[in-house]
Every structure is written in structure tokens, then in C-alpha cells.
Ligand binder design. Structure first.
Ligand code: GRF
Length: 227
């Protein structure tokens, strides 16, 4: 009897779960079984891609990881994230605005690439509702502030940190949340905070927030993608 079977959705069912040592069993799985079980992640990014880099490396480093970044989706031909994808041998696509917003949001391409989970890491275009519907509960974003404050249209990058300093906030941080039809509105999954000092500038605050992003985002992705 084979220890595992794939059902018609490509998920793995365990026949006698309790009597198996998961680690030993997974080490003996044929490569095909690992491939079926592995959750495939697409990262959408438009910028330098430091978060994309960390997520790719975090998942690659862990031999028992059940998720892998299989695609980088980008809307800027000169974005740094494209080099990061190439250096890590992750395929990337540059998407077309007209097709993204007036077509079907690249749903067909994502399905053809067997993408299970989408991570927005500095992707500035609004996600079309057809894509949100297809990946509801399977698409997360990271925002460089403590939502629901300092979110919404136009609140990205330095604008966020400048607004926080202008309002003399004493705390900022990151928010990882599910994506829904409204900018920065979906259910919050994780927040981590940092202190805002009187002498912070947008640059120093951005650095503090980036430290939090790099510390928490990869592990959160690894966990959430496999649920
Ligand atoms: C991050 O600050 C993230 O919070 C925001 O976009 C930025 C992306 O940075 N959504 P990077 O390109 O990953 O360095």
C-alpha cells in the first residue's frame, strides 16, 4: 500500500496518519509526491525586492519547507526585484497594465503556473477583484505601518513614514494582512511594533520598519502558505 495518495485537487491525503513519523515519511517520499504537496507561491513586487529576497532565501534554506517561491510578478521592467528573481533562479513575468486591469488579472497565467498563494511585497497597483476572488484567503500583503492607521490609497513608502512623523506618533511597525477589495483593509494577521523617537527621520523610521519586515515576513509566509 502506498503511504500517501493525491486526491483530485492535488492535495495529499494521509491514509494512516497517526502511525507515521512525519519527518521520516516525508524524507522517503518520491520527488513527485513532494512536488504535489509543495505550495507554490507567487510574489508580486514593484521595487527593490528586499522582502522577496528574504522570503525566497528563507524557504530555500529549509529542506523541510512545504512552500516555495515559484514566480515573481512585476510591473516595472527596471525593478530590482527582477535581478533578485534571476539570481535565485525564480521565473519572473512583467505584467501589462491593460491586461491586468481589463483582462482577467493574470488569473489564467497564475493557474497555469499552479500558484497556490500570493504574497504582495511592495506591489503598488491595486489588485483587480477577479484576482482577489480567485485567491481570497490565499493572498497577503505587508504594510509598513500599524493598520488601520496610515493605510489606503497613496499611503506607501516614505509617505507613510512622513505622515507618522508629522503626527508625532510614538509607535509604528508592520502589518501583515489578507488582501480584500479595499486598499490595506483585509483581516490583520500579524503586527509588530517599533518605537518612534523624536529625532527619527523618514529614513531612520523606514530602516526600523524594514528590520521588522525582514524578521517577521518570511516565517509568516512559510506558515500561512501551507495552511
Ligand atoms: C516594504 O516596505 C513593504 O512594507 C511595502 O513595500 C516595501 C517593499 O520593500 N509594502 P522591498 O522592495 O521588499 O525592499
Amino acid at each position: 500500500m502506498k503511504p500517501i495518495v493525491a486526491n483530485k485537487n492535488g492535495r495529499i491525503s494521509f491514509l494512516i496518519l497517526k502511525s507515521y513519523n512525519f519527518a521520516a515519511l516525508s524524507a522517503s517520499w518520491p520527488t513527485d509526491a513532494r512536488k504535489i504537496m509543495m505550495k507554490q507561491i507567487a510574489i508580486f513586487a514593484s521595487g527593490t525586492g528586499s522582502n522577496a529576497k528574504n522570503i525566497i532565501e528563507y524557504l530555500n534554506k529549509r529542506s523541510n519547507s512545504a512552500a516555495k517561491v515559484c514566480l515573481v510578478v512585476c510591473n516595472k521592467p527596471d525593478a530590482g526585484v527582477l535581478n533578485i528573481a534571476a539570481n535565485n533562479k525564480v521565473p519572473s513575468i512583467i505584467i501589462d497594465k491593460e491586461k491586468f486591469f481589463r483582462g482577467n488579472g493574470y488569473v489564467d497565467e497564475l493557474k497555469a503556473a499552479n500558484i497556490d498563494f500570493i504574497v504582495l511585497a511592495g506591489f503598488l497597483w491595486k489588485i483587480p477583484s477577479v484576482l482577489i476572488k480567485t485567491f481570497r484567503g490565499k493572498m497577503i500583503n505587508i504594510h509598513p505601518a500599524l493598520l488601520p492607521k496610515y493605510g489606503g490609497k497613496g499611503m506607501y513608502g516614505r509617505f507613510v513614514h512622513e505622515a507618522i512623523l508629522a503626527n508625532k506618533e510614538r509607535e509604528s511597525g508592520i502589518t501583515i494582512h489578507f488582501v480584500d477589495e479595499v486598499y490595506d483593509n483585509g483581516q490583520i494577521i500579524l503586527q509588530a511594533t517599533c518605537v518612534v523617537d523624536e529625532n527619527d527621520t523618514p529614513e531612520t523610521l523606514e530602516k526600523k520598519v524594514q528590520v521588522l519586515e525582514h524578521r517577521h515576513f518570511p516565517a509568516a509566509v512559510a506558515f500561512l502558505a501551507t495552511l
